[in-house]
Design a protein around this ligand. Structure first.
Ligand SMILES: [Mg+2]
Length: 234
């Protein structure tokens, strides 16, 4: 019998892609009032800045920090830093993002049922704590979440074992007593498999079923809907 479920946050409890794009468009509308730049150029420079920061800060929570992406972008467009513009883009991005996130279908129901069954809930996520706390608040899942582990707090990102071990440690349970649920085969599944957790990959793709048994990226189970988590507890 399982005692806890560890959930990834981004793209597991809500869909990341659409809100990211929406938030980026809002930031773009701020910048285009100040300088002449088309969307394609902005999008290209944002992704270029992001990949530079990722490379430089690989494996750390700061590698996801949008303030660094926007700073780098403005250094490219303005050939200097402009604190007001950078912070405006950053705040607009997150305000838009946070105001438009939508929980995946069935999430609240699953969290509620887990709580009723006395199962503890952890959120294990790569990013900074400030933003992930704001997401938990905005998604309205605060009362269900017992512990949060971020890569900022743990000092390393998934698939590093510390992310999962810190969550288990906070909950006072052993690996065999918990399930990890996530959308990423490397970060969520490989990482949790190494620690000895039961792993559930949230995916609609079929190809991953073909992974070899000894492959550490092979999840214990592939689930199409988050509500299937309830069938994995025994
Ligand atoms: Mg994810």
């Amino acid at each position: 019998m399982k005692k806890a479920v560890l959930f990834d946050l981004d793209d597991t409890l809500y869909e990341y892609g659409p809100v990211h794009k929406q938030a980026l468009k809002a930031s773009y509308s701020i910048l285009k009032k100040k300088i002449k730049i088309d969307w394609e150029k902005f999008y290209y420079l944002f992704n270029l800045s992001k990949s530079e920061i990722h490379r430089e800060l690989s494996g750390t929570a700061a590698s996801h920090n949008r303030v660094l992406y926007f700073q780098r972008l403005i250094e490219k467009t303005h050939s200097t830093v402009d604190p007001k513009v950078i912070l405006d883009l950053y705040n607009t991005y997150w305000n838009t993002f946070l105001n438009n996130m939508v929980l995946r279908k069935g999430v609240i129901d699953v969290l509620k049922k887990l709580k009723q069954r006395g199962i503890k809930i952890a959120v294990v996520s790569d990013l900074t704590t400030n933003i992930q706390l704001r997401k938990i608040h905005k998604l309205g899942i605060t009362k269900y979440v017992d512990v949060l582990v971020t890569s900022e707090e743990a000092g390393s990102e998934k698939p590093h074992a510390i992310m999962f071990l810190l969550a288990l440690n906070k909950l006072g349970i052993s690996p065999h007593e918990a399930i990890m649920v996530g959308d990423n085969e490397v970060a969520d599944i490989e990482g949790a498999n190494f620690v000895g957790l039961y792993t559930a990959l949230l995916s609609s793709k079929r190809s991953i079923l073909r992974r070899k048994k000894e492959d550490f990226r092979k999840p214990s189970k592939i689930i199409k809907n988050i509500s299937s988590v309830l069938d994995l507890l025994d």
